[in-house]
Design a protein around this ligand. Structure first.
Ligand SMILES: *[C@@H]1O[C@H](CO)[C@@H](O)[C@H](O)[C@H]1NC(C)=O
Ligand SMILES: *[C@@H]1O[C@H](CO)[C@@H](O)[C@H](O)[C@H]1NC(C)=O
Ligand SMILES: *[C@@H]1O[C@H](CO)[C@@H](O)[C@H](O)[C@H]1NC(C)=O
Ligand SMILES: *[C@@H]1O[C@H](CO)[C@@H](O)[C@H](O)[C@H]1NC(C)=O
Ligand SMILES: *[C@@H]1O[C@H](CO)[C@@H](O)[C@H](O)[C@H]1NC(C)=O
Ligand SMILES: *[C@@H]1O[C@H](CO)[C@@H](O)[C@H](O)[C@H]1NC(C)=O
Ligand SMILES: *[C@@H]1O[C@H](CO)[C@@H](O)[C@H](O)[C@H]1NC(C)=O
Ligand SMILES: *[C@@H]1O[C@H](CO)[C@@H](O)[C@H](O)[C@H]1NC(C)=O
Ligand SMILES: *[C@@H]1O[C@H](CO)[C@@H](O)[C@H](O)[C@H]1NC(C)=O
Ligand SMILES: *[C@@H]1O[C@H](CO)[C@@H](O)[C@H](O)[C@H]1NC(C)=O
Length: 404
């Protein structure tokens, strides 16, 4: 018990320290950057996939979760397949997904080129390995609205895959999702996409430990008046979810209807958090790598500026070394191959005061080597919370590194 208290206290102190920001900054200590970097990304942990979705069309619907599954390694759990989510006010001009056999941010010698495996270009209406879905299907008390193919305006239902029209503006609260064009096998616990909601067009997300997503987009200021009917008034965002989440339920009323609450993974690339900071784009990990409160997540102590009157280009790199790099640069290109030097050249163009770095906790829990229920997993269960993670957590890694 003492050990637990001590560690929680240590974590609290770390948080206080992290609240301070080096360098010149405003009163609340947060400032603008061009690049947001997280290091030491990826850990060994568990989540509970959804096992069954029952009576989803009735008010007595329920969901059940399965036994814990372990993930581990570089970038885990974001190394799993992810879907790409967009919320308005937003116009998407280009989107691309790349993989590389090996890439290390800031090291040309150990980096190989990136190959584009998915691409959307609004002007040419190209949609290679891209499927636009939206929540325009049947509503369910437990699951909310079902995914459907999106029509060319992004928010209505289409009968089959449709390319998003050029210049499509989605407004506050409106969302669409991009998945790959690789269809899921049938729903089932041991199947490739796990269990998913009946009747949806089900596709895989984008796979890979070392992957990159690039975007050319606008986030113009909302022109409608604010009111309490909005959940996300003028709060645009681009983010990644473990693709299992939207295939069961993105906004469930019961947390067992998606694997989100058990930590299967979310990374927010460019997200406006609140009306007070409506032109600040934050990046956040919603994983259990060193936090107990998944909803708050691990947010960098700095933001990238949202331009409301020009096109923005940038993206996120998950490298082979556990670095996650979010950047905004007009030099971003969407070519079918991007050489490592070109990309590292963009990263090298930022001065140190344009970069904010955050090191995630080292979590040394190990996955059981047998398929039987592990002691670690049952200890974890019996203590009723995530306290055990703190015991496994090494705090000296907690400091943010500010490069001034
Ligand atoms: C789309 O593709 C065309 C042709 O490759 C390219 O010139 C253009 O810059 C791309 N982007 C947009 C937004 O049109
Ligand atoms: C998926 O996209 C790729 C790349 O554009 C294309 O070659 C392939 O035919 C598409 N597959 C399906 C099932 O649409
Ligand atoms: C879906 O149903 C739930 C409860 O049945 C309700 O609270 C919610 O407003 C509905 N959503 C939509 C978009 O109709
Ligand atoms: C989107 O397109 C559909 C037809 O596919 C139309 O019914 C709907 O009104 C449009 N929505 C908006 C917001 O323009
Ligand atoms: C489409 O994306 C999927 C998911 O990452 C990938 O496995 C597949 O190879 C891609 N398809 C093509 C044709 O590149
Ligand atoms: C989720 O499932 C777990 C395990 O079956 C159960 O203990 C918990 O009460 C359920 N939570 C909800 C919100 O139904
Ligand atoms: C707005 O979001 C930022 C980033 O999460 C946070 O630091 C700030 O406290 C929030 N402001 C309000 C008023 O909630
Ligand atoms: C919109 O209104 C909500 C309250 O309904 C408020 O919290 C939010 O800050 C407002 N947004 C802006 C951009 O003024
Ligand atoms: C980036 O390019 C857009 C035009 O495509 C321009 O409006 C904007 O000012 C540029 N941003 C920067 C930081 O140079
Ligand atoms: C990688 O190569 C690019 C282009 O030559 C250069 O701008 C950059 O500084 C190099 N990065 C490193 C870390 O050597």
């Amino acid at each position: 018990m003492f050990l637990v208290s001590f560690i929680i206290l240590a974590f609290g102190l770390c948080n206080v320290a992290l609240g301070q920001n080096g360098g010149s900054s405003s009163n609340n200590g947060v400032q603008a950057f061009e690049m947001i970097e997280f290091s030491n990304v990826g850990f060994a942990g568990t989540y509970t996939p959804v096992k069954s979705l029952k009576n989803i069309d009735d008010s007595d619907c329920t969901c059940e979760v399965d036994d814990k599954v372990w993930f581990s390694g570089t970038n885990a759990p974001i190394s799993d397949e992810v879907s790409v989510h967009f919320r308005g006010p937003l116009i998407l001009h280009q989107f691309a997904y790349y993989v590389s056999s090996s890439f290390t941010a800031d090291n040309n010698r150990t980096s190989s080129d990136w190959t584009r495996l998915a691409y959307y270009n609004a002007t040419t209406q190209t949609a290679d390995n891209v499927t636009f879905l939206t929540k325009a299907g049947d509503n369910s008390t437990c699951l909310g609205k079902a995914l459907t193919y999106a029509s060319s305006n992004g928010t209505s239902e289409a009968s089959d895959a449709t390319v998003l029209a050029e210049g499509t503006l989605i407004t506050s609260d409106e969302e669409y999702v991009i998945f790959s064009n690789v269809s899921c096998p049938s729903s089932g616990t041991s199947k490739g996409c796990g269990v998913y909601r009946k009747g949806i067009p089900a596709f895989y997300g984008y796979t890979g430990v070392t992957k990159m997503f690039l975007f050319e987009f606008e986030m113009p200021t909302e022109t409608q008046d604010n009111s309490t009917s909005f959940d996300y008034y003028d709060l645009p965002a681009i983010w990644l979810l473990n693709a299992k989440i939207p295939r069961t339920s993105q906004y469930p009323s019961n947390s067992n209807c998606s694997c989100w609450a058990s930590g299967c993974g979310e990374f927010d690339i460019f997200e406006v958090m609140n009306g007070t900071e409506k032109n600040h784009l934050y990046s956040t990990f919603h994983t259990f790598q060193g936090i107990e409160d998944l909803g708050t997540g691990i947010q960098a102590d700095g933001y990238i500026s949202r331009s409301t009157d020009s096109v923005m280009r940038g993206g996120v790199i998950f490298d082979s070394n556990g670095d996650t790099v979010v950047f905004m640069s007009n030099d971003t290109v969407f070519d079918s191959t991007i050489d490592a030097d070109t990309l590292n050249g963009i990263l090298a163009s930022y001065s140190t005061n344009e970069i904010v770095s955050t090191r995630l906790e080292t979590i040394s829990a190990t996955a059981p080597s047998t398929t039987s229920k592990s002691n670690a997993a049952s200890l974890f269960e019996n203590t009723g919370g995530f306290l055990w993670y703190y015991i496994f957590t090494f705090f000296t890694s907690a400091a943010h590194i500010f490069l001034f």
